[in-house]
Unconditional design. Structure first.
Length: 432
């Protein structure tokens, strides 16, 4: 008779459980470090991107290319920033995010430096619209949130997305007035060089983030084999057949239209109202500061309320804010209040959009799937930046763009309502 394998005794099992820390505890001490590093990277990449509107007028004066041409180059940049993220996300899902972020740092710095040297439309498109935008995309939301989410327990992911997103908003708060100060003191080329140096600082942070090991998956029932993993292509096919996923895309398209229009053309709107460039840079900084609070708040609320309702109220608030702005007198205070209201919802749409994507399809390919929603976001961004330039060239103002923005925001609010989202499970009260 063959010997049966010895079974662990109850005392041995208890001792093992007492001495072996759970998987969550093994990474618990690193949760904040993961979030801080990812937020620091996004602070730089988004800060550089979200303050580009300050360079439209100096670029036009220096190169003579025209507002429409510069707006088109920036619109290409909006699209490339979005299109690069699912590509870089797939690479990060397969090989890790570290190398992707390093490549992005080099591309962002190179494109920013080359922007100071170009004299033609195609040169500007290559430098600012392709290289710089792709570099920023490699160090943006989908890669950073995807890399961090896999280290965190499910109950921390919504807050982590909001925290990382707040880092991007803090970058806008820092870079908008900083770029304006350098522009006035030294010139727009020196401000571009400063951003290139800052971009290179993300490389060592990316190497650290990509070099950390993922926590081991939770153990299944004794003797049970882990389920076979769905491949990337199959997961993408599943997502693209899901109506809720397409609702996220539709809402994010409008978000991109709105943000790109304002980032690119808010300084021009301020100028048309006869106000100083300082009002524009201060407004952009207020947007970034307000969105820090908005992102952290929405990230927290994502653990309490259904995320589709959070998206509904944010898009609806944008529509109302634009309509109130159109009726208000165009004073510095109007722009500051408008910026504060918009900032509360600016990129606070990212945590619930990423959170819903993770809820629907898990975190294994979150960088790719969320990156695809960001592609839709930036297709909207392309039209927001480009059509804004065409509007001011052909009509002398942005009026019809504001009306289009308000209408799209209202549609985005409504399109999020059919999203399939299970009710939140409330923890049961402990028995007395």
């Amino acid at each position: 008779m063959s010997a049966q394998p010895a079974q662990p005794t109850a005392s041995a099992t208890a001792a093992t459980a007492a001495t072996a820390p759970p998987a969550a505890a093994q990474t618990g001490g690193q949760v904040w470090l993961f979030m801080l590093v990812a937020a620091a990277i996004l602070m730089i990449t988004m800060g550089a991107r979200q303050s580009l509107g300050l360079f439209v007028s100096p670029l036009n004066t220096s190169t003579g290319l025209g507002i429409a041409t510069i707006s088109f180059a920036m619109a290409i940049g909006q699209f490339v920033w979005g299109a690069s993220q699912p590509v870089f996300g797939a690479v990060a899902d397969r090989y890790g995010p570290g190398r992707v972020i390093v490549v992005g740092a080099v591309l962002l710095a190179l494109g920013t430096v080359l922007t100071t040297m170009v004299k033609s439309e195609w040169g500007l498109i290559l430098a600012l619209g392709v290289l710089s935008a792709a570099g920023a995309g490699a160090g943006s939301f989908s890669i950073l949130i995807g890399a961090t989410a896999q280290h965190l327990p499910p109950e921390r992911r919504a807050f982590a997305s909001g925290f990382i997103n707040a880092g991007g908003s803090f970058g806008q708060f820092v870079f908008a007035p900083l770029n304006q100060a350098v522009l006035q003191a030294f010139g727009w080329m020196q401000a571009m060089w400063m951003m290139a140096v800052a971009a290179l600082a993300t490389a060592p942070l990316g190497l650290w983030l990509g070099g950390t090991k993922k926590p081991a998956p939770a153990a299944t029932a004794a003797g049970a084999a882990a389920p076979a993993e769905t491949g990337l292509r199959e997961q993408v096919r599943i997502a693209l057949r899901d109506r809720s996923y397409w609702c996220l895309h539709a809402g994010f398209f409008t978000c991109g239209f709105h943000i790109a229009f304002l980032v690119t053309h808010l300084p021009g709107e301020v100028g048309l109202c006869g106000l100083s460039a300082g009002v524009a840079s201060t407004s952009l900084a207020i947007i970034g500061l307000a969105n820090i609070a908005g992102s952290l708040t929405v990230g927290h609320l994502g653990n309490i309320y259904r995320m589709k309702w959070l998206l509904f109220w944010m898009y609806f608030t944008r529509a109302i804010a634009v309509l109130v702005y159109l009726a208000a007198p165009k004073t510095p205070m109007t722009f500051y209040v408008f910026a504060a209201v918009l900032g509360a919802t600016w990129l606070a749409t990212v945590p619930p959009t990423a959170g819903l994507t993770a809820k629907l399809f898990g975190t294994r390919y979150l960088a790719t799937l969320f990156g695809l929603t960001l592609l839709s976001h930036q297709i909207g961004g392309f039209f927001g930046a480009w059509l804004g330039g065409l509007a001011v060239v052909n009509t002398g103002n942005y009026t019809w763009m504001w009306w289009a923005d308000a209408a799209l925001a209202l549609l985005a609010a409504l399109v999020n309502l059919p999203i399939r989202e299970a009710p939140l499970k409330r923890p049961a009260l402990a028995a007395a």
